[in-house]
Every structure is written in C-alpha cells, then in structure tokens.
Design a protein. Structure first.
Length: 248
C-alpha cells in the first residue's frame, strides 16, 4: 500500500514516459504502443544452444540443423542461452536506463519476458545465479542489475536464487566497446566457486542483462562446470543478433 502511494506521488512529481519513445504514458514501467512495435522479440527458429535466431526454418530435422555455425564449429561451455529481445537501437535505452540509470520500474516485465523465452532453462533447474559484480563495482553502482533480474525471475518462477555460489574474485574493466578477443581475455579467471559442494551435480541458471559475444557467460560456465555443475544455462534480457559488437 505504502509503495503504491509512493509510486503515484513519484508519477505526479516526475510524469512517467515510455523508456523507448520518450513519450508520456499513464504509469511508470509502461510502454507506448509505438514502443512495443519498435522492440524485436526473439523466437524460434533459433540455435538450440545459443539461441541465435535463424533467418528461416532449418531444412532438416537433424540435430546439426538446429545449431548455428559458431556452435557447430566449437561447442560452447554453457548448455543453453535464451533471451527475449534483440539488443538494438530500440532496446538499448531499456538496458542502459536499467543498468546505469537506476530505472527499475520494468524489472517484473523484464522477468516475465525472460521466463517466457527461457522456460527450457528453468525446467529442472536447482538454482538461479546472477552474474556477480566485484565488490568495488557494486559499491560504485549501488546495485547489481543481474541480481535484480535474477531475484524477479526467482520470485515469479519459484526457482531459488543463490548469490554465494559464484563470486567475482578480481575487478575487471568494463566490457563495453571491447572486441570479442579482449572481452574473453578480460574475464579469464575472474570468477570462482567458494564452496564446490554447493554446485556439484546441480543444474544452474546464470542471469545477466545482455549476451554480446558470450565471453562472460563462457567464463562463468567454465568455472561452474569445473566445480562440478551438471548443467549451466544462461538467461539474458537481450542478446546481440548482428555481427557488430555494440557498445553496452
């Protein structure tokens, strides 16, 4: 009740706008119809591992036909990746406002989109793990956007969130603007599992905001698999679907 009153008062003081179009809306966390139309929602047919959407349905029922060229060439460390949105000019304001601007009013909506896209990640999962921030980055930003998404997904799905199973043991420069090779080198050895017994034999779901080159997901999944995790899937709000490497 108090939260609802505070939200209404905030809307009066700072009239809410659509985070995609910038036009006025009737309540915080809502999108204009034009905003919805600009977003690119991802769906099958897509790579059965990394979730990269195909431009057309596969011509064969064989397993290899459901994999993208990159996953055929080299099997990823993670088992599954799913994201509801393409990371592009329309979704970028949603991500950057949430990640750097403390815009949290759409967290539940983000979580519902992620659950719809990542149902096969959550099926049989033992725990949801947010991609961790180093404590210095967390202190500077005041919150971990991946943990906020993970908490909302856990609340809506019933799969518990665990924040102590995977930690970041060294601070790393921002991945924004770096090449795929630099991103991989940047996060190499950055994560660790403090208690192997928590992870052994478990099916875990990593949660992050954007899947770009897969460097962070790979580093986390490798650390978890080495600690004995049986299955590691990845859920993100957005994923890059073009060959370009956007600044995020």
């Amino acid at each position: 009740m108090i939260g609802a009153i505070a939200s209404r008062l905030a809307d009066l003081a700072w009239p809410p706008v659509c985070p995609v179009t910038g036009s006025a809306v009737d309540a915080s966390g809502r999108l204009q119809a034009a905003g919805w139309a600009r977003l690119t929602f991802l769906d099958a047919p897509w790579c059965s591992v990394c979730g990269l959407p195909f431009p057309y349905p596969g011509g064969s029922a064989s397993t290899s036909a459901t994999l993208c060229a990159l996953c055929v060439a080299k099997q990823p460390v993670y088992d599954l990746v799913r994201a509801p949105l393409a990371y592009d000019d329309a979704s970028r304001p949603l991500v950057l406002g949430f990640k750097h601007g403390s815009r949290r009013e759409m967290i539940d909506q983000f979580a519902r989109w992620m659950i719809a896209a990542g149902g096969d990640c959550l099926g049989g999962a033992d725990a949801i793990l947010p991609v961790p921030l180093h404590w210095r980055r967390l202190l500077a930003r005041r919150y971990n956007q991946s943990a906020l998404l993970a908490a909302a997904i856990a609340r809506l799905s019933g799969v518990p969130m665990e924040t102590g199973w995977l930690l970041r043991r060294r601070a790393t420069p921002s991945q924004a603007g770096q090449s795929a090779r630099s991103r991989k080198r940047n996060v190499a050895g950055a994560f660790h599992v403090p208690e192997r017994s928590r992870v052994e034999g478990r099916r875990v779901v990593l949660v992050d905001d954007v899947f770009t080159t897969g460097a962070t997901a790979t580093a986390c999944a490798r650390t978890l698999k080495r600690a004995g995790a049986a299955h590691v899937s990845v859920m993100t709000l957005c994923r890059v679907v073009r060959s370009t490497d956007p600044t995020i």
